[in-house]
Ligand binder design. Structure first.
Ligand code: NAP
Length: 226
């Protein structure tokens, strides 16, 4: 029986690449986009079920949860994220920019995981949050994009709180660094292409099924310092 993955934020970039990888390996892929009318690249992938979701909107999340009721997810992959005001030093960003960045990157992914947790296969299921090496408190500072890095550090922290709340669960949770990848966010200078990064992440996710615990790792499976 084929396995099912829900990929959140799959209109382009890494989310789209993940949909392509899992779909080519025979998985049932459910992929969310903000605007299904603009999801041509995703629609070109045969068999992918497209669902609408604005990650920041609680009502949109609720509607998605209702539409997915009864679906069992082997993997929930929360990929959506934003770069925020990366051209500005942290202290020059506006209150609105900072609020948006931290809400989308740190709070909304965990809220989604909490809401969709009952759909995740309870013994062997995997929940993946798209983090970044820039979110490592030990190694991120000095690498650039400090506000963005702080939002991913906040995501890592909230993920650990989420995991603590799971108690004795045997679910696996991954905080994933995709590498620095050529996408709209990563830019053209990035050394990795989407195919290489998403192939590696897909391998890591499949390897994690049934392992349990919470790990912060990169697309090649290397553990990262918190
Ligand atoms: N590229 C890198 O080098 C790199 C490195 C480390 C971590 N990451 C992380 O990897 C993830 C994907 O990055 P990417 O490089 O593929 O970026 P991207 O090309 O900018 O794509 C971002 C994706 O997130 C979606 N998204 C953003 N805000 C959303 C919201 N509020 N609701 C629903 N969907 C939303 C976008 O949808 P729309 O098309 O509707 O905007 C798009 O599908 C992000 O979490 C990013 O922080 C990337």
């Amino acid at each position: 029986m084929s396995r099912t993955i829900l990929i959140v934020g799959a209109s382009r970039g890494l989310g789209l690449g993940l949909a392509r990888q899992f779909s080519s390996q025979g998985w049932q892929v459910i992929a969310t986009v903000r605007d299904p009318a603009r999801a041509d690249a995703l629609k070109a992938l045969a068999g992918v079920r497209i669902e609408a979701l604005e990650l920041d909107d609680a009502d949109s999340l609720e509607r998605l949860a209702q539409r997915l009721a009864g679906t069992q997810l082997d993997v929930l992959y929360v990929n959506a994220g934003i770069a925020g005001p990366q051209d500005k030093p942290a202290t020059a960003a506006s209150q609105m920019e900072v609020g948006q960045l931290f809400f989308t990157n740190a709070v909304a992914p965990v809220r989604l995981a909490e809401r969709l947790l009952p759909l995740v296969e309870q013994k062997q299921g995997v929940i993946v949050f798209m983090s970044s090496i820039l979110g490592s408190v030990e190694t991120g500072p000095g690498m650039g994009m400090p506000l963005y890095g702080a939002s991913k550090a906040a995501l890592n922290h909230l993920t650990r709180s989420f995991v603590a709340g799971l108690g004795e669960s045997t679910l696996t949770v991954l905080s994933m660094h995709p590498g620095w990848v050529k996408t709209d966010m990563g830019g053209s200078e990035a050394p990795l292409d989407v195919e290489t990064s998403t192939r590696g992440m897909t391998e890591q996710v499949i390897r994690a099924i049934g392992q349990g615990g919470h790990r912060y790792l990169d697309f090649q499976g290397n553990p990262l310092p918190w």
